[in-house]
Ligand binder design. Structure first.
Ligand SMILES: [Mg+2]
Length: 131
């Protein structure tokens, strides 16, 4: 769902037109009356509120997919469930240092790789912390 108010309103207008066309195609070219518009906008608001509660932002989904790809490449190592917290902590610190160097070098591809490494070790610590 939209992340900006401007996109929200663009989505809403598209949604209103879509609903009217589905509910009453004959009215499509006749123009919308106030009831059509109010009904469709109410539908859009309900759908928007419903999706917003559980929506995962596109940026978070992209990072999650990149994290999963790296985890899959390393499946042969047997996972992190039995790794001591101290080991994971040390690896996280090592990856943060690698990210710091990548940021200084400025190569976006390497920055991305190291961000994902940091995220994965943070995830492993979170996964194993017992909460
Ligand atoms: Mg790394």
């Amino acid at each position: 769902m939209s992340e900006t108010a401007e996109q929200y309103y663009a989505d809403r207008d598209d949604f209103v037109r879509y609903i009217i066309e589905k509910v009453n195609p004959a009215r499509k070219d006749a123009g919308l009356n106030e009831i059509d518009r109010t009904t469709a906008e109410t539908c859009f608001r309900i759908l928007y509120d419903f999706q917003s509660k559980d929506a995962v932002r596109p940026s978070v989904m992209r990072v999650a997919r990149e994290m999963e790809a790296v985890l899959k490449e390393n499946d042969h190592k047997g996972g992190w469930q039995n790794c001591p917290m101290e080991y994971l902590r040390d690896r996280l610190h090592q990856e943060v240092r690698e990210l710091d160097r990548a940021l200084l070098d400025g190569d976006p591809k390497n920055i991305t790789k190291e961000c994902i490494d940091v995220a994965n070790f943070a995830m492993m610590l979170r996964d194993n912390c017992g909460a």
